[in-house]
Design a binder for this molecule. Structure first.
Ligand code: FAD
Ligand code: SF4
Length: 463
């Protein structure tokens, strides 16, 4: 008779206390110590057919790096991940592992799946603390030049993969800092900027040149790039904010989440008074939406000195698209949630917003996303006071680059059409991936697309 192996519970991660952390922008989750990481890694069954890898869009050798941790080879573990993913510190922190690798992990059938994301972060941080910086060496030079537009996760991954194959890669980025949403969107308390900067610097190590303050569609067109580069990858994201189109939305004090987070992160409003970036802080804040962007906006407003923060979401908690961990953190930080509620009007006094009128909703039949559709309840409204209102209801494709490249085929929502196998667009030699193709998605999905495109671009150039 084979003996059943006893699997202990998941090793919990240490976190800053909610009362302390709302006073600062430091990271909430503190990471594993060496001993904690090894105890967690020992839970892995090192399956012969590891289901977890099926859930990873970039195909990391998960049991391989977990076994490295068990055996104390932390550096080898970090290197093993970097073979497939040059952003392990980023992914270990923000990937929705609960819907990907950890969802597939066999341990999840009877208990907690392995904490794959936390272990990925552990080896990345361990390497950073030791000051070591090893990246896969690029292959033999091919003499081909490639342009990558946008330095978010999709562009960075495409660039890294192309450089590893020996091509000369130049990344063109519109902003003055690289990283895309990782830099201007996701706040410091979830993803410290040093982690992004360090992992972006891996690209320079493998010879990628990053040109900042360069807007394709303005500084140069896609056609201009095609004159100088054999192929181009477009990873420009989908950062154009959406509004609800309700009365009063243009009053002072109403922000898009994109603007609010950019002011806090990129323009350093979070470091007041060292940086005096104009942004309304304090008072009562209402955030509209239920995704990661809404949670980040609410928790940022709290840390910037809001007296009270409320989230208004038109469905129920079950349908919230934000990561469960982040919703839980928001609840611990005493953010109030108004579920099944939808703003119908922003209330103002003079030029300023002073509140928001919301209509109550119920859940109807599932819509095309599979989530139950919110249905307004006739005549049922309530008002919330608000000095600041942050709209986090989604974003759209940025039209600047496509508007200067008429041959680039778009779908009816303005996203670039590509072949799913190659990420090739309607223009020969031009590839695209990430949010500009799928609409707002995830870091790892953008990276997966960058990887597929890089392989196809490599074949195209060598043909
Ligand atoms: P982006 O990250 O948007 O990068 C595009 C880059 O292209 C930008 O740097 C932009 O400046 C540049 N660019 C745009 N136009 C031009 C141009 N014309 N010329 C040159 N450069 C240009 N995902 C997760 O997996 N987990 C999370 O926890 C999570 N939280 C999020 C929180 C927030 C606040 C936001 C906004 C998103 C979050 N996401 C999260 C989603 C995730 O960040 C995106 O899916 C991902 O960043 C998309 O990557 P990308 O490379 O396609 O685009
Ligand atoms: Fe380990 Fe889970 Fe992957 Fe099996 S499925 S190798 S237990 S992480």
């Amino acid at each position: 008779m084979t003996k059943k192996r006893f699997i202990p519970d998941r090793v919990p991660i240490r976190r800053q206390d909610p009362g302390d952390r709302i006073q600062n922008f430091s990271e909430v989750a503190l990471g594993y110590s060496d001993d904690e990481a090894q105890r967690e890694a020992e839970r892995c069954l090192l399956c012969k057919k590891p289901l977890c890898i099926n859930g990873c869009p970039v195909g990391i050798d998960i049991p391989g790096f977990v076994n490295d941790i068990v055996e104390g080879r932390f550096k080898t573990g970090a290197d093993r991940i970097k073979m497939e993913n040059l952003l392990p510190g980023v992914c270990g922190r923000v990937c929705p592992q609960e819907d990907q690798c950890e969802k597939e992990c066999i341990l999840g059938r009877k208990g907690d799946p392995l904490a794959i994301g936390k272990l990925e972060r552990f080896v990345a941080d361990w390497e950073a603390q030791k000051g070591e910086l090893d990246v896969p060496r690029p292959g033999r030079k091919t003499g081909f030049a490639v342009a990558v537009v946008g330095s978010g996760p999709a562009g960075l991954t495409a660039a890294a993969e192309l450089a590893k194959r020996g091509h000369r890669v130049t990344v063109f980025e519109a902003l003055h800092v690289a990283g895309g949403v990782l830099t201007y969107g996701i706040p410091e308390f979830r993803l410290p900027q040093w982690v992004v900067d360090r992992e972006v610097s891996f690209l320079s190590e493998i010879g990628v040149e990053i040109v900042l303050d360069f807007v394709v569609g303005k500084t140069a067109t896609l056609d201009d790039l095609l004159g100088d580069y054999k192929t181009v990858f477009v990873g420009i994201g989908a950062g154009l904010p959406m509004f609800m189109g309700i009365p009063g939305e243009n009053l002072n004090g109403v922000y898009s989440a994109n603007e609010f987070l950019t002011r806090s992160n990129l323009m350093r409003a979070r470091s007041f008074p060292v940086y005096d970036t104009p942004v309304k802080r304090g008072g009562k804040v209402v955030v509209v939406g239920g995704g990661n962007v809404a949670m980040d906006s609410a928790r940022t407003a709290l840390r910037m000195g809001a007296d009270e923060v409320e989230i208004v979401y038109r469905r129920s908690r079950v349908e919230m698209p934000a990561r469960e961990e982040e919703i839980h953190h928001g609840e611990e930080e005493e953010i109030n949630f108004y579920m099944l509620s939808n703003p119908s009007e922003v209330l103002g006094r003079g030029e300023r917003c002073v509140g928001v009128r919301c209509q109550r909703m119920v859940l109807g039949e599932p819509d095309e996303s599979g989530r139950r559709r919110p249905v307004p309840v006739e005549g049922e409204y309530f008002d919330l006071e608000a000095d600041v209102i942050i709209m986090a209801i989604g974003t759209r494709a940025n039209p600047l680059l496509p508007s200067t490249a008429p041959e680039l085929k778009l779908n009816r929502r303005g996203y670039i059409e590509v072949s799913a196998e190659t990420m090739g667009t309607s223009i020969p030699g031009v590839y695209a991936g990430g949010d500009i193709v799928t609409g707002s998605a995830t870091v790892i999905e953008g990276m997966g697309a960058g990887k597929i495109a890089a392989a196809a671009m490599d074949s195209y150039m060598r043909d």
